[in-house]
Design a protein around this ligand. Structure first.
Ligand code: CAA
Length: 283
């Protein structure tokens, strides 16, 4: 199946990154969000990223203009009427995602594939609100999207081989590496990453070491680019808690119980980098 026109829903950190890499690969991309100001903020992130590449001479100003020319802003879901692929990167909330997929199902052309960038919600459940569950799939990008090579591709129960293959091929055109996984809570990435982060928070909570020491052990001892507490701040502590709760509920196993300190920080509004404070303070 040939894909030329893509709509990305959600112009936050993930959505804008996804729109950027799709536009850089030459696709015609609509970047959609609820409000004009959200879309503008997404375009601001893209502009900043591309300008940095130009200043580092990794891209010419003409190439940057071409990429920006591939992007169209939108605040109307009806703009999905002639797209070949939708990649949804809205908030991690099943009710909201279900509503979006239900609307998209009646707007997007019959051939269009509907993908979700969800980090842990069941693709099969999202697919079930549409009349095209065979064309619903997970396309889980990593943050920061322009840098990270992985796209975890999640097959829902009904996803066809043809749809999977199309998404795998598109992922490669984005200069990313696709990895196929089945639909289980947290998929592979967050089933492994989040319990590690949660355990790092328990280690802090129990006074085993300082936050700096915990991060240093994992950075220097395991060669992780960021320590787990720095990474938690980077991902967002609300997102970390949400994913732990999804694992806890999905498997019904106490080994996935979120650390009380994580809950406390989220309740305090200390959500990490995005709010200026998490385990660390950001200026
Ligand atoms: N957006 C775009 N580009 C960015 C960026 C951002 N937010 N942050 C850094 N970069 C680029 C820089 O411009 C630089 O590019 P060049 O090589 O072209 O010059 C490159 O990344 C390296 O950046 P820096 O030298 O400034 O910093 P660094 O070497 O410390 O790398 C990092 C920064 C790539 C973020 C690195 O620290 C890292 O890999 N951290 C771990 C990230 C990670 O684990 N992500 C997964 C999170 S989990 C997830 O996303 C899934 C989920 O569901 C929760």
């Amino acid at each position: 199946m040939s894909v030329q026109k893509i709509m990305v829903i959600g112009a936050g950190q993930m959505g804008s990154g996804i729109a950027q890499v799709c536009a850089q690969a030459g696709y015609s991309v609509i970047l959609n969000d609820l409000k004009q100001e959200f879309v503008e903020r997404g375009f601001g992130i893209i502009n900043k990223n591309l300008s940095r590449q130009v200043s580092k001479e990794k891209m010419t100003a003409e190439e940057m203009e071409k990429v920006l020319g591939n992007l169209t802003p939108s605040t109307d879901l009806n703009d999905a009427k002639d797209v070949d692929l939708v990649i949804e990167a809205a908030v991690e909330n099943m009710k909201i995602k279900s509503k979006i997929f239900n609307q998209l199902d009646s707007i997007a052309p019959a051939h269009a594939i509907l993908a979700s960038n969800t980090s842990s919600l069941p693709i099969t459940e999202i697919a079930a609100v549409t009349n095209r569950p065979e064309k619903v799939i997970g396309m889980h990008f990593m943050n920061p999207v322009p840098v990270m090579k992985l796209v975890e591709i999640i097959r829902g129960l009904a996803t066809t081989d043809e749809v999977y293959q199309t998404i795998e091929d598109i992922t490669k055109t984005l200069n990313k590496v696709p990895v196929e996984v089945n639909d289980f809570p947290g998929f592979v990435s967050n089933r492994i990453l989040m319990p590690m982060i949660n355990e790092a928070i328990y280690t802090l909570y129990e006074g085993v070491a300082t936050k700096e020491a915990i991060d240093e052990v994992m950075k220097l001892g395991m060669n992780h680019p960021m320590g787990p507490l720095t990474l938690a701040d980077f991902i967002g502590l609300d997102t970390c808690l949400y994913i732990m709760e999804t694992l806890h509920e999905g498997f019904g196993d106490t080994k996935y119980r979120p650390c009380p300190l994580l809950r406390k920080y989220v309740k305090a509004g200390w959500l990490g980098r995005k709010t200026g404070r998490g385990f660390y303070v950001y200026e």
